[in-house]
Design a protein around this ligand. Structure first.
Ligand SMILES: [Fe+2]
Ligand SMILES: [Fe+2]
Length: 319
């Protein structure tokens, strides 16, 4: 009975578009869904640093290198905001990281593809960050306060990422025939994985209905995917590049682009761990975590020392 009243109050708050805050009562499944979604999002930011991080030393100019370093560093910051938002739900960061390392937690599958040429830095910024923005702009209005607030800040940085990627593509597309071919090849390889980033079709999506009712999600996977296609196709045309989809066509009646079927077998195969880089990515994360252990220990020791000094000074003060 008590729970029913609480649940009613909770849903009314959501329906009135008010935020749920950490100390508010919330149903267990709401909490669990958010922990899963926010931590998956945090892991995606952190693992997402890897494909581009590999290119920092090979950036073709100082300006490109500076922009790429800033971008990769931003992604690390996004991961931190999101781990902190997840921690407000009563789970600690060490547990979340352990779940990533053990393979229990997922991250966006798109980061299991390889970045094999410099043009991939363009395609990733343009398409992968572009798809991320579609998702994240919608999440700025998600019902859980700390998640929504983290998103506002993240979105500002994401639009810089998308532009730096598009500018790389534009430069290559206006360059030599070889450079233009590189840009086209990168678009060919990243187009479909970017569309997959929105997740399964609405019919197949397990969590969509409940998440929409709780306003964790404000739009469905298919709605966001359609927006992304509608926004990105004219950008590809401006570059003079061809989207690798023979079924892509403007549908006058719908006012949207129609596009071909997504290869969901490939998607699930990568999710299950069989993508080109799954093992490599987790190995790199584990190594970074182990190599950084001394930094965490030193920070803890320093904090402890400061605390003791404060206590000591407090005693002397009183004496
Ligand atoms: Fe990000
Ligand atoms: Fe980004």
């Amino acid at each position: 009975m008590q729970d029913l009243t609480l649940e009613h109050a909770f849903q009314s708050k959501i329906d009135a578009d008010q935020k749920i805050e950490p100390r508010d009562w919330m149903p267990d499944i709401y909490r669990k869904t958010l922990i899963r979604q926010i931590s998956q999002h945090a892991h995606s930011e952190i693992v997402g640093m890897l494909p581009e991080g590999n290119w920092i030393t090979r950036a073709p100019s100082l300006r490109r290198k500076v922009a790429l370093i800033a971008k990769v560093q931003d992604e690390g910051g996004h991961g931190l905001y999101l781990y902190a938002a997840a921690e407000t739900l009563g789970i600690d960061r060490a547990t979340l990281i352990e779940e990533l390392h053990s393979g229990k937690a997922k991250y966006s599958s798109v980061f299991n593809y390889q970045a094999i040429t410099w043009a991939d830095m363009g395609a990733i910024g343009w398409l992968v960050d572009g798809a991320a923005i579609m998702n994240q702009v919608a999440l700025c209005r998600t019902s859980y306060g700390p998640y929504a607030r983290a998103m506002v800040r993240i979105c500002k940085e994401e639009s810089f990422h998308q532009r730096q990627g598009y500018e790389i593509m534009l430069t290559l597309a206006q360059g030599s025939p070889e450079q233009k071919a590189m840009a086209q090849d990168a678009l060919n390889r990243w187009w479909w994985p970017a569309l997959m980033m929105f997740g399964p079709n609405d019919k197949e999506s397990l969590h969509t209905e409940q998440s929409m009712r709780w306003r964790i999600k404000r739009f469905t996977n298919d709605e966001l995917r359609q927006r992304f296609v509608d926004m990105t196709v004219p950008q590809a045309e401006f570059l003079g590049l061809t989207v690798p989809d023979p079924d892509l066509k403007w549908n006058e009646e719908r006012g949207h682009y129609d596009f071909g079927p997504i290869n969901w077998d490939e998607f699930w195969n990568v999710v299950k761990g069989n993508g080109p880089c799954n093992l490599q990515r987790i190995k790199a994360r584990r190594k970074a975590h182990d190599d950084g252990a001394w930094v965490r220990e030193a920070a803890m020791a320093y904090a402890e020392k400061r605390k003791q000094r404060e206590v000591q000074m407090g005693i002397e003060h009183r004496a």
